[in-house]
Design a protein around this ligand. Structure first.
Ligand SMILES: Cc1cc2nc3c(=O)[nH]c(=O)nc-3n(C[C@H](O)[C@H](O)[C@H](O)COP(=O)(O)OP(=O)(O)OC[C@H]3O[C@@H](n4cnc5c(N)ncnc54)[C@H](O)[C@@H]3O)c2cc1C
Length: 488
């Protein structure tokens, strides 16, 4: 893997905290001894929240251990730290995986200019996606605004196999620089949130366990929060502990092995045994979910302002309420709507929430409380271990009706019927809302209807859903009449 020249290279990691399937690392190792660098950048740390930071620090500690204590960690502005480290080790080239987010792109341009001023180069190899944002375009050469045609084009485009060449410690620069792994900060106070195991090995184990135990039931049960059949890979994908290309490859292998009859009996959650045909249906569903992550990154790369403001101006004149007491009650899981509260308590306890529940939460904030999606999105980013600007803010916008796919604003999630439909026995609610553990399925979704009201100090609903639904639809009509719609 190493060339005969003895130049040194810096491998600057950001969202690719792994040694396997890492083209930027392999490109660096081709130059000569590699210095692995992580920069603690306050512009990214400040909005991250304790949960995501703690997970990041744990991933960095794991990586430092795998690098025998030779991960160089420095705090400061990347456009100052990266050129300084390159100078210290005499590296001509700094290798990175391209970042397509609004901040990351600007930051990397600044670092590239600072390095160039010093006669050095920033070289981008690969990205955090199976297909780099910007690669898949419509026949007019524009980026997609709707998922289904994107997904078709994305599959047609295809992706590379995982990068060959396992990382081998022999490429490491033997010197340790000041600012080693010991500079990784201690975990911030997690306020009781329990995190998943961090690091690359944990990510691969999660992927293996998902493919072995849950994939078969994925298509049928993925919308049931109590079933626990989704992969929970999102925190690992967020930090690049595993690359989506590896995930897609392993998925393909799992399905092929089964249809070849080599897969043996496959574990299954929440249903009878599945045939290979079913498994390929489940794999297709899972692949499409991975593609949503790619789609939102693509949309954000093409429309950077959609991170903070409405992607579509359909509802530009919509009236919103400032976040008040009911919004605070939502943040703490005390709205009086059991499925909403269960989700928010899961968020506080695990830093992760099931996708169906995220949609119910977002609908509640936007359509029952009439609070602008940006407020809910910000709280999610503060508490999520997988918090990702593209997936989060576009997930919120999709539900608010301002995002991609023209999700109709008048689709208002009813928290009671959503609970009944996706958690019919109330298992998920009872798991997260101890006050409701004693209630039977017939009462758990509407505890305020019991003769004595809700049990054990559980609150009455902070709003009347039926009334707020009408209010949301009125506001929608007003916004449409006043001409915010641009017709796309
Ligand atoms: C309001 C809202 C906010 C969200 N915020 C985030 C976020 O900050 N970070 C994040 O990674 N995902 C976010 N999502 C998407 C989705 O909820 C999570 O990716 C998913 O719940 C993670 O669980 P999993 O890994 O078990 O998913 P699985 O069902 O196992 O899916 C596998 C992978 O596909 C991707 N994926 C699945 N569903 C989506 C989706 N709807 N949009 C984008 N990618 C998806 C994720 O990378 C996920 O890990 C949000 C969705 C909504 C509705």
């Amino acid at each position: 893997m190493r060339s005969s020249t003895s130049r040194r290279a810096v491998w600057w990691l950001r969202r690719d905290l792994r040694l396997d399937d890492n083209p930027a690392l392999l490109a660096a190792a081709d130059e000569g001894p590699v210095l692995a660098l992580f920069v603690l950048d306050d512009a990214l740390r400040s909005p991250s929240g304790p949960v995501r930071l703690a997970f990041l620090y744990r991933c960095l500690r794991d990586l430092d251990e795998r690098l025998s204590g030779r991960l160089c960690v420095r705090a400061g502005r990347p456009d100052e730290v990266v050129p300084a480290v390159a100078r210290e080790v005499g590296a001509d080239v700094v290798h990175i995986a391209a970042d397509h987010g609004p901040y990351g792109r600007d930051r990397d341009d600044r670092v590239a200019r600072a390095l160039a001023a010093d006669g050095r180069e920033l070289r981008r190899t690969g990205s955090a996606y199976a297909v780099a944002p910007g690669r898949v375009t419509s026949s007019e050469g524009t980026s997609y605004r709707v998922f289904t045609p994107f997904y078709r084009a994305w599959k047609e485009h295809g992706w590379r196999a995982p990068a060959a060449g396992a990382a081998d410690p022999d490429w490491l620069d033997p010197r340790s620089l000041p600012g080693s792994g010991a500079a990784i900060p201690a975990d911030p106070d997690l306020e009781g949130t329990r995190l998943p195991a961090a690091g690359e090995a944990a990510a691969r184990e999660r992927l293996r366990a998902f493919l072995r135990d849950s994939l078969a039931g994925y298509a049928r049960h993925r919308d049931e929060p109590a079933a626990e059949v989704t992969s929970r890979l999102s925190p690992y994908l967020k930090w690049g502990c595993v690359h989506p290309r590896t995930v897609l490859h392993e998925l393909h292998q799992a399905v092929t092995a089964t249809s070849d009859g080599r897969g043996g009996s496959r574990g299954e959650s929440g249903g009878g045994s599945e045939s290979p045909g079913d498994l390929s249906g489940a794999a297709e569903k899972f692949r499409s979910e991975v593609a949503w992550r790619e789609f939102y990154a693509d949309v954000l790369a093409a429309h950077p302002s959609s991170a903070r403001s409405d992607f579509s101006d359909t509802l530009a004149t919509m009236a919103h309420e400032p976040p008040g007491d009911a919004f605070e009650a939502w943040k703490r899981g005390r709205t009086g709507y059991p499925v909403v509260d269960a989700g928010m308590r899961q968020l506080l306890a695990e830093g992760w929430v099931h996708n169906r529940i995220r949609m119910i939460e977002a609908s509640f904030v936007c359509k029952d409380l009439h609070v602008h999606w940006t407020h809910g999105a910000r709280w999610y980013l503060e508490r999520l271990v997988d918090g990702d600007l593209a997936s989060n803010n576009h997930g919120w916008q999709w539900t608010a009706g301002t995002g991609t796919d023209a999700a109709p604003y008048f689709r208002v999630f009813n928290p009671v019927s959503q609970g009944r439909r996706f958690d019919p026995e109330g298992e998920y609610i009872r798991r997260w809302v101890p006050e409701l553990r004693g209630l039977p399925a017939g009462e758990v979704h509407e505890p305020w209807k019991r003769p004595g009201g809700p049990p054990d100090g559980y609150p009455l609903p902070v709003v009347d859903h039926a009334a707020e639904r009408r209010e949301a639809l009125d506001r929608y009509e007003q916004a449409r009449k006043s001409g915010g719609h641009r017709g796309d």
